[in-house]
Design a protein around this ligand. Structure first.
Ligand code: ADP
Ligand code: MG
Length: 569
């Protein structure tokens, strides 16, 4: 293998030459304690930056084996190293050092969630660390400025590697705190299953965020405090005994006046499928992993979905058992969202009235009397909640401050009052009995038919040159076909969006063959990711910049691809 000195010499030789001469630097170089790999060199200073990675040997990295053997700890450690690297780079921004992307060193910048990412990998067997970044190879105009690149690769990068990617004894307690937190979160997730809970919100948790555009915790928030009757005590391996509100399997209603913290609680539960870093306030707010937010989403496309559980007698004689549209209404989009959630194996539905189609949720008695059943295609959600629980074991946590009709079907009713939850199940149930409102029956429910098949995708002109782009968290495009996923509120990071785009591409090229149901396509994607890791999405170039999405979001992304053909045979 060539050494760092070979690289240095090569760089000296090409100084001031025209930019493409950088291309010859591609390859691996041995540095002190790690290998630097220049995986791809950008074509000009304004193109997307070059891909560079380092492989830090176990001897230099030096992390104790029990920091990364268990996968939950490994992901937590990788996340921590990623944060520390980004922090080290941030303190030393060089981006004004020439034209285009000159001087850039960019790696993933995690938010509040701990996600598995391609940016940083600790190899379980060997303890080596692979860290991937983008580097803007510097230039004056279009001529090479290799002195600056030498400074970046020989002064700065070794410093970042030392600061972020090696073990520091003096920081032992910080590492341990981070790993112990990972252990404790896992313990809560396991306890949820044993106790028959779908979510846990610890006493003292801080749920509200700083602002609509900041995911940092709100300062001076009212800390969470469980009602006595719903309080669970758990003994965690490191933090010891903690207590908090346990939300049981079943139907849970969150009610209360406007501005009392209902949506804030639900949002915390939505993100509780992920783990959060120390200091976030939601460290011990845990929701079972498969919980899915359901909302209305008019304008989305629907592919051959059986939404007859909610919709029948469509006006133009269309078949709700095989419903397709390029432009769903509020209610049909929400119906499709529920059915697709069931299809992909969701355990809990999370719903907020703020983002629902009202006519999908309930219909009051007076309206039922005036508009007779034959003219109304919708069986409202309230009439199907019990069926969904009993037939599929799917729980529901529903924020509904506007209709008491839900009291009839709920197992637990929580009132938010000035950000504090109260268990009002008994009084609400009593009032419901007295009111004489009937909870309408579960009439003639038929199990949805999930046999739809994904047929071939014929959009790609040239399979070797498929352009994949992401637009923040809002969407992505493949071969210029846009996919809108802005209403997937549980996506935590734009790197998940990019991964979704790559997953759709991979599925289109290698999994979808016209003979698989939607569910088996999902299963195969999952198996592939489990077996080969996220790197399987990167092709020849294991770049940085992908974060792992859940099965729920993968299903949702596929369902929103307008170029996919899904049919019933
Ligand atoms: P609702 O859905 O009941 O109308 P929200 O959950 O939207 O109410 O909360 C209303 C406002 O109160 C939001 O601005 C939110 O940030 C703030 N808020 C929520 N929970 C707390 C809390 N525990 N402490 C302080 N402010 C909070
Ligand atoms: Mg609200």
């Amino acid at each position: 293998m060539r050494t760092s000195e070979d690289l240095r010499k090569m760089l000296f030789d090409i100084d001031h030459r025209s930019y493409p001469a950088y291309k010859q630097t591609k390859g691996e170089y041995r540095f002190d304690g790690y290998v630097l790999s220049i995986d791809h060199v950008q074509g000009d200073p304004f193109a997307s930056p070059s891909k560079v990675s380092v492989r830090v040997g176990a001897g230099m990295a030096g992390f104790p084996e029990d920091y990364y053997t268990a996968s939950h700890r490994r992901v937590a450690l990788e996340d921590d190293l990623t944060r520390r690297f980004a922090e080290a780079v941030r303190k030393n921004d060089r981006r004004d050092s020439g034209s285009g992307k000159s001087g850039l060193i960019a790696s993933s910048r995690p938010g509040q969630e701990v996600l598995e990412r391609t940016c940083c990998r600790v190899i379980p067997g060997s303890g080596e660390i692979i860290f991937r970044m983008e580097v803007g190879f510097p230039a004056f105009g279009r001529s090479i400025n290799s002195k600056e690149l030498i400074h970046m690769l020989f002064d700065l990068l070794p410093e970042y590697v030392k600061t972020a990617l090696t073990y520091h004894e003096k920081e032992k307690s910080r590492y341990e705190d981070m790993l112990y937190l990972a252990d404790d979160r896992l313990a809560i997730r396991e306890a949820l299953k044993e106790e028959g809970l779908v979510a846990f919100v610890a006493d003292g948790a801080v749920l509200p965020r700083k602002s609509g555009v900041s995911d940092l915790p709100m300062e001076k928030a009212v800390p969470f405090k469980s009602p006595e009757s719903l309080r669970f005590k758990l003994t965690l391996p490191h933090a010891g005994e903690i207590s908090g509100m346990g939300i049981r399997e079943g139907i849970t209603l969150i009610v209360g006046g406007g501005y009392h913290g209902k949506s804030t609680l639900l949002k915390a539960l939505e993100k509780g499928v992920y783990d959060h870093i120390r200091g976030d306030g939601r460290e011990y707010v845990i929701t079972e992993n498969s919980a899915m937010k359901i909302r209305s989403e008019d304008g989305r496309c629907v592919h051959s979905e059986d939404i007859s559980l909610f919709i029948s007698n469509l006006p133009d004689g269309r078949d709700a058992g095989d419903f397709s549209t390029e432009d769903a209404s509020g209610s049909t989009s929400q119906a499709a969202n529920v059915i697709e959630a069931i299809e992909c194996g969701t355990g809990t539905l999370l719903i907020d009235e703020d983002t629902c189609a009202t006519n999908f949720m309930v219909r009051d008695e007076l309206m039922q009397r005036v508009i007779n059943k034959e003219k109304e295609p919708i069986t409202p959600f309230i009439d199907r909640m019990r069926y969904i629980k009993d037939s599929f074991g799917i729980s529901c946590i529903l924020v509904a401050g506007s209709s008491g009709a839900f009291f009839g079907v709920a197992d637990n009713i929580i009132q938010m009052d000035s950000y504090v939850p109260y268990d009002i199940t008994d009084t609400a149930k009593t009032e419901f009995e007295k009111s004489g409102i009937r909870s309408s029956g579960i009439s003639d429910a038929k199990e949805p038919d999930f046999s739809r098949m994904v047929s071939r995708v014929g959009i790609f002109r040239d399979k070797d040159r498929i352009k994949v782009k992401s637009h923040g968290k809002d969407g992505f495009s493949i071969d210029r076909e846009d996919v809108d996923i802005r209403y997937l509120e549980q996506l935590a990071d734009h790197e998940q969006t990019l991964a979704l785009a790559q997953i759709v591409k991979l599925a289109s090229l290698e999994i979808i063959d016209g003979n698989k149901t939607f569910r088996s396509v999902l299963d195969q994607i999952g198996q592939r990711l489990d077996k080969e890791g996220l790197e399987t999405l990167c092709g020849r170039l294991p770049s940085c910049g992908l974060a792992k999405p859940r099965r729920q979001e993968i299903a949702a992304a596929l369902n929103r691809c307008r170029f996919l053909r899904i049919i019933r045979k």
